[in-house]
Design a protein around this ligand. Structure first.
Ligand code: R5P
Length: 327
């Protein structure tokens, strides 16, 4: 056997997508100049899902793109069943690419008799047959410890900072304000990325019913434009309180930045009615046309597709991902 012969462990790259974020999946495919492989995802009258691949994946390096936002349980089951189908068809390696991971907020036992659902989700993805995973800004860092297979945990921070730097000349003395202390470290990175100071809102959650209460601003917002940052906006309750609080404390223009625009219930309408200059987010979660109606004048959606695609390409080729970020 020749010593120069290149070892090739996996076959070609194959892309599959669930139905959770079709536009994002298509953009990733375009970036990689690869088609999304054909598959049927059928829901039977009894709500059971059925998946069939249109072609063989035997020996291939397969990536399954599926965000697990609404409808959460359908999207999650699609992801799991797709992975199992690929495993049973003898894919050589399967990577679950999850731009938004559901249940991320259930990441610890912070009171008696509660689950750690994010760990359960991670374990289910592994049991289904994933060899690797790619996540984007999961709610908490410890989620990567819930997986025992290797993965890449990415952040949209660079994409967001680059955009903020582009619009920074139009802002007056901007200050980055994190909507809660849990986002303080990432908020500090964003502030450093645009060379702005940082302030924090101290928030206390008072019940399990997703109601939040913003209490105090720690830091200086008076006479400044404020960039409010958080990982996700769900119902918009926290961010609405934050906008009001910084305005009461003398903020000028307010911008909202979040990675994952969940916008459940009347979240989009609520955000649309806030006295803000703009909302900057990503396409990790699709925004439906119905929600878009409330936001369109103020909304900027930055695509995470080049980031995901580049990491997938590097993972496929066995190249460093860290060097993309000047580690
Ligand atoms: C919570 O810890 C998260 O960082 C967000 O602050 C939360 O998801 C926002 O939820 P809502 O928009 O429903 O207030």
């Amino acid at each position: 056997m020749s010593h120069n012969r290149e070892m090739k462990v996996y076959g070609g790259i194959k892309l599959y997508a669930g139905t959770g974020s079709p536009d994002l999946a298509q953009k990733v495919a375009e970036y990689l100049h690869q088609p999304l492989c054909g598959r049927d995802v059928i829901e039977f009258p009894n709500e059971n899902l059925f998946v069939k691949l249109h072609s063989s994946v035997r020996g291939q390096d397969v990536y399954v793109i599926q965000t697990t936002s609404s409808p959460v349980h359908r999207n999650l089951m699609e992801l799991l069943i797709l992975i199992q189908t690929l495993r049973l068809d003898s894919a050589a390696r399967i990577t679950a690419v999850i731009p938004y991971m559901a249940y991320g907020r259930s990441d610890k036992k912070d009171q008696p008799r509660v689950p750690i659902s994010a760990r359960l989700v991670a374990e289910m993805i592994e049991v289904a047959g994933a060899d690797r995973y790619i996540l984007l800004d999961p709610h908490a860092g410890q989620i990567q410890g819930f997986f025992s297979v290797p993965g890449d945990v990415l952040t949209a921070f660079h994409i967001i900072s680059d955009h903020l730097n582009r619009i920074r000349p139009t802002m007056k003395d901007p200050v980055v304000v994190t909507v809660d202390l849990g986002f303080a470290k990432k908020g500090r990175n964003i502030a450093a990325g645009i060379d702005a100071p940082i302030a924090f809102i101290e928030k206390r959650r008072v019940a399990n019913d997703a109601k939040a209460q913003a209490l105090t601003v720690i830091g200086d917002v008076k006479g400044r434009d404020v960039i409010l940052v958080d990982d996700e906006i769900d119902t918009g309750g926290s961010i609405a309180q934050a906008v009001n609080l910084v305005k009461e404390n003398g903020a000028l223009d307010v911008y909202i930045v979040c990675v994952h625009p969940i916008l459940s219930k009347n979240g989009a309408e609520r955000i649309g009615s806030l006295p803000i200059k703009g909302i900057i987010t990503t396409d990790s979660v699709p925004i439906t046309p119905e929600k878009m109606v409330f936001l369109k004048d103020k909304l900027t959606v930055l695509s995470v597709s080049p980031l995901l695609a580049e990491v997938m390409l590097r993972a496929h080729e066995g190249r460093s991902v860290g060097e993309m970020f000047n580690e």
